[in-house]
Design a protein around this ligand. Structure first.
Ligand SMILES: [Fe+2]
Length: 76
């Protein structure tokens, strides 16, 4: 789950700086997580600041360009 508040995203365990939430834990599901991240990339600009639940601040554009999990997402 991600909250959009004003111009920022609070991405909890969905999207991190250089990583994404774990899907190996019970209830985790990569297709569901991938769809959730895909919706964020569609609906919000690259300049959107992301406040993850772990690790540092980032932006959607930075993650689109550098996050290896998002690269995998764009191939599927
Ligand atoms: Fe967490």
């Amino acid at each position: 789950m991600t909250y959009a508040i004003e111009d920022a995203l609070f991405s909890g365990d969905v999207l991190f700086e250089g990583s994404v939430g774990r899907t190996d834990l019970p209830g985790g599901d990569w297709p569901t997580l991938g769809r959730s991240i895909g919706v964020l990339l569609e609906r919000f600009d690259d300049e959107t600041v992301v406040h993850p639940g772990h690790m540092g601040l980032t932006t959607l554009g930075r993650e689109r360009a550098t996050n290896p999990f998002l690269r995998e997402l764009s191939r599927s």
